[in-house]
Design a protein around this ligand. Structure first.
Ligand code: FAD
Ligand code: NAP
Length: 339
């Protein structure tokens, strides 16, 4: 066990916020987690868990101990005629895991190519993109209870996955450390190219008989062209969730805003609308003040041009939420985890 005092977090969060952890430790095994958590409990220190830092906004220095999940490994646990079952350590890089699946011909995660962060954070918000969510390939996970230090197994139903949500963001928030995730992938892939942009990109690539690699390449190409690269401009992807609103509310708004997007929602009687569109209509797209702002191509992404503080970005998000509420009567919810 090695704790480092006053540890700089700027390079460990994709927003590039310049804050420090009072103490920092890296956990590469279950044993590490148990030792550090026991130590923190004995000393009465709070613990913050970090993966790849791509879905977090630090508005202050981290008090107590920040523990980074670095549990490695990808292994095959079983296979049958149709499926292969892979277990991945929570500290594996998500995109590396996706590439492993694509290269081996295992289908199901190709639409989730190039999502930053770790495997272990994937279930937290049921990561999703281009019509696919982690829950579609999820088989189970093992998590360590942060107080009892006991291991719990979670199946699909236990996780209560929803749109950018799971039990780990709701009733079990801050209770568990996800140690590893078990996936079920198809040996005979069924491609999902229903999301319009993928079809268009495959045509542009001149690909008329797509395979896993082609779909993954198409997703990577779209994402690279649309989204700011955190290595160049600090960001944490979509700052807000797409809000679901009652169908009636949508019908009323559509009279004034005929171009307002609407997609099926997971809630009956509701439609999902696009937060990026709402923010753009309020005039925020491309907004910049000092070193913080709203990305010029994607209004859902708040950015740090260099030296912005987490509080500046947080306050901007509050202003955006107030203006969307005033114009449309819709409450946006932050997707990014704010510390
Ligand atoms: P972190 O930011 O380190 O942590 C996120 C939260 O999970 C924190 O609350 C942390 O305490 C907790 N946590 C992390 N690991 C564990 C663990 N092992 N056990 C318990 N708690 C844990 N998300 C999508 O869903 N779809 C996208 O298409 C997408 N695109 C993105 C594009 C860009 C450019 C960026 C910067 C982000 C994007 N995101 C997207 C958001 C982000 O990549 C995902 O949410 C990702 O899963 C976060 O992983 P992480 O390891 O970086 O998590
Ligand atoms: P986009 O294609 O411009 O679409 C805008 C919004 O409309 C998206 O948020 C998407 O909702 C919704 N949408 C579009 N087509 C849809 C369809 N056929 N069915 C249902 N919903 C549809 O979005 P984008 O910003 O370029 O992102 C592309 C994908 O990557 C999206 O799935 C997005 O969620 C994901 N992404 C996520 C993050 C993040 O940080 N969470 C960051 C970048 C990209 P959904 O978001 O529900 O798909």
């Amino acid at each position: 066990m090695e704790l480092i005092e006053n540890y700089a977090l700027k390079s460990l969060n994709t927003f590039g916020i310049d804050v420090y952890a009072q103490w920092f430790g890296a956990c590469r095994s279950l044993n590490d987690w148990q030792s550090y958590l026991q130590f923190a409990a004995d000393k009465g220190k709070p613990v913050f868990i970090l993966g790849g830092g791509s879905n977090v906004l630090f508005t202050r220095n981290v008090e107590g101990i920040l523990l980074r999940n670095e549990i490695p490994g990808i292994s095959c646990t079983n296979e049958d005629e149709d499926f292969v079952y892979l277990r991945a350590g929570a500290g594996e890089n998500w995109h590396t895991f996706v590439m492993y699946c694509v290269e081996n011909g295992y289908g199901g995660v190709e639409n989730l190519s190039l999502i930053p962060g770790s495997v272990g954070a994937g279930p937290m918000q049921n990561i999703g993109a281009y019509g696919v969510e982690l829950k579609d390939v999820f088989y189970g996970l093992r998590a360590l209870h942060r107080e009892t230090l006991e291991i719990h197994e979670f199946g699909l139903a236990d996780c209560e996955f929803d749109y950018r949500s799971s039990v780990f963001k709701t009733k079990w928030k801050d209770r568990f450390v996800i140690l590893d995730v078990h996936f079920r992938l198809r040996k005979k892939p069924v491609l999902n190219t229903s999301y319009g942009a993928i079809e268009d990109e495959l045509v542009r690539m001149g690909c008329d008989t797509p395979n896993l690699k082609a779909v993954s390449d198409a997703v990577i190409a779209i994402r690279t062209s649309k989204l700011p690269n955190p290595a160049q401009i600090g960001n944490a992807g979509s700052f807000f969730k797409n809000p679901s609103i009652p169908q009636e509310h949508y019908e009323q708004l559509k009279q004034n805003y005929p171009g307002m997007p609407a997609y099926p929602s997971t809630q009956t009687g509701y439609v999902k609308t696009a937060a990026g569109w709402l923010i753009e209509q309020c005039g925020w797209k491309g907004y910049r003040k000092a070193d913080y702002g709203v990305h010029k191509n994607q209004a859902l992404v708040l950015v740090n041009y260099g030296k912005a503080s987490g509080s500046e970005i947080y306050n901007l998000s509050s202003e955006i939420m107030a203006s969307v509420n005033e114009k449309f009567g819709i409450d946006l919810e932050r997707e990014v985890n704010v510390y």
